[in-house]
Design a binder for this molecule. Sequence first.
Ligand SMILES: Cc1cc2nc3c(=O)[nH]c(=O)nc-3n(C[C@H](O)[C@H](O)[C@H](O)COP(=O)(O)OP(=O)(O)OC[C@H]3O[C@@H](n4cnc5c(N)ncnc54)[C@H](O)[C@@H]3O)c2cc1C
Length: 556
Amino acid sequence: TVYQTFDALPQNKQFDYIVVGGGIGGSVVASRLSENLFTSVLLIEAGPDDENEEDLAIPGNYPNSIPRRFHWNFTTTPQEGLGGRSIDYDRGYVLGGSTSVNGMVYTRGAAEDYDRWAKVTGDLGWTWALLWPYTIKHEKFTGATGGERSIAGQYNPLSHGYFGKSKVGLPWSGPTEFDNRAMAAAKDPKSEFKFNLDLNSGNPLGLTWTQSMSGDGERSSASKAYLTPDVRRRPNLHVVVNTQVTRVLATGQASKKDIRTVEVGTPNGPRKTVTAMQEVILSAGTIGTPQILLNSGIGDSAELNAVGVPVVHQLKDVGKNLSDHISTDRPDPAPVDRDAALAQWRASRTGPLTEAVGHTVMWSRLDKNSDAIKAHGDPSSGANAPHIELFLLSNIGNQMYGGAAVLMTPQSRGTVKIASSNPFDKPLIDLGFLTHPFDILALKDGIRTMKRFFAHSAWANYTATNVSPDPDAMGEGEWEGFTRSVGGTTLHAVGTCSMSKKGASNGVVDPNLKVKGLKGLRIVDGSVIPFVPTGHSMAAIYILSERASDLIKWRL
Ligand SMILES: Cc1cc2nc3c(=O)[nH]c(=O)nc-3n(C[C@H](O)[C@H](O)[C@H](O)COP(=O)(O)OP(=O)(O)OC[C@H]3O[C@@H](n4cnc5c(N)ncnc54)[C@H](O)[C@@H]3O)c2cc1C
């Protein structure tokens, strides 16, 4: 059942598990735990329900036609590496979390990214190979929306799951002339670039078709996939929306550090609490989860003292180690006739509004002799992990093409802190973008890679301009200044409550995602991922959340 307010919850109800935040982690965990009808689960989401919200279901509404009321509307602190600019930092404020408002690009990154989780935690269960059953448990590959075109040769059937929850597919349209030329440039045996049949095989390198988390013409958000009408009807699952969690509190004696009580409230109203019999699972995301911990006095004691929050548990890494992908400037996608496209979408769930992004992506590695790697080492997880994503876009109407270079392996790190002891104050989000010298050098090489790609003869006579400025045609420091003035985020932040080895003093959660030094409190969301994946972040979080659900079920 879904309740619109906390007060509408049945009184005196006992819950085995309380899950905080209805994004990927929260939707997956609440859905999986409540498969056992003898396990009672309460899921608490700050934002509204997403049911019947057409604006969220239409993939092509991303990004500008998604109403702002479904966002937290955060901005970052002034970013030293971005010329002092503060930039918007979107997070979904609705059931489904950021997957209800995101770009849906579905990329798992490199197998080595996951193997590195296993290395930093000492738990082989996090390797790509042992996570594979969870990968296919979450995915339901559905092909291209509309069903009228052949997708043979555009994906590898062996890299996908077909019986899972989240729909994944290829673009509705294509190949366009742009796609064909891009493919020709990559498939030329003499080219330095190669075509890669499937970006989700564990080796993403090369030019690939884009895959999106959508199916049958609609967005397949975490809530649409995991909180389906039959799941919502389960008598043992209670979902409460429009309810912000302010803190987690000790249950019984504070000295026992048993944290199973959740406090909710409104800025001017009374605070209320509810206690889990087994565990509280925080799934409020990379920004929300450290914010709740810090408000609760769980974090670096010096920082907590500075904002007047009494220290409950010293855990210095809460809110630290944020990593995210920085992107250069990008062209706008081609405009569509919105009225006609909307009519088509409503009639048949086909047409331009089924697509949110371009059709092709190039994943590449920096040369080991590049300035960035020679001076600062190679931060990637392994030989199949791309340093750079070239997100290719054509805007044929305006005769422009190009793309954004996105740095997949940043060495800069940021933080999430709280501004005061008031849980309703916005958190201080510092991405730390371009504060490490590797990152600007690597991005510059990324643009050079794009230049070489578009210099291939496959692009001859294509009347167009590459919109990204050329670092080699600009004066010393000019390109860097430009990039700092336009660089932006792809909104993939992770790492603010990282997992680490059992007993290690760094990190926030152990390999089973339990908060270190506490009882009853676990974290399942993007915040536990120690390094931003070399793909977009959501696939990794789904895979992680599926395994986490089993860890909780098995009481590990
Ligand atoms: C605009 C945008 C575009 C993106 N594009 C892509 C893309 O194309 N591909 C990709 O892979 N990734 C993309 N991402 C990133 C991806 O969506 C996120 O990494 C992922 O959804 C994070 O999952 P999560 O479960 O950690 O957190 P979220 O999905 O953010 O969920 C957290 C949930 O917790 C709730 N919450 C937070 N605080 C509280 C509180 N105090 N009380 C109660 N509830 C709370 C939030 O409202 C939210 O519902 C994008 C993100 C955004 C915002």
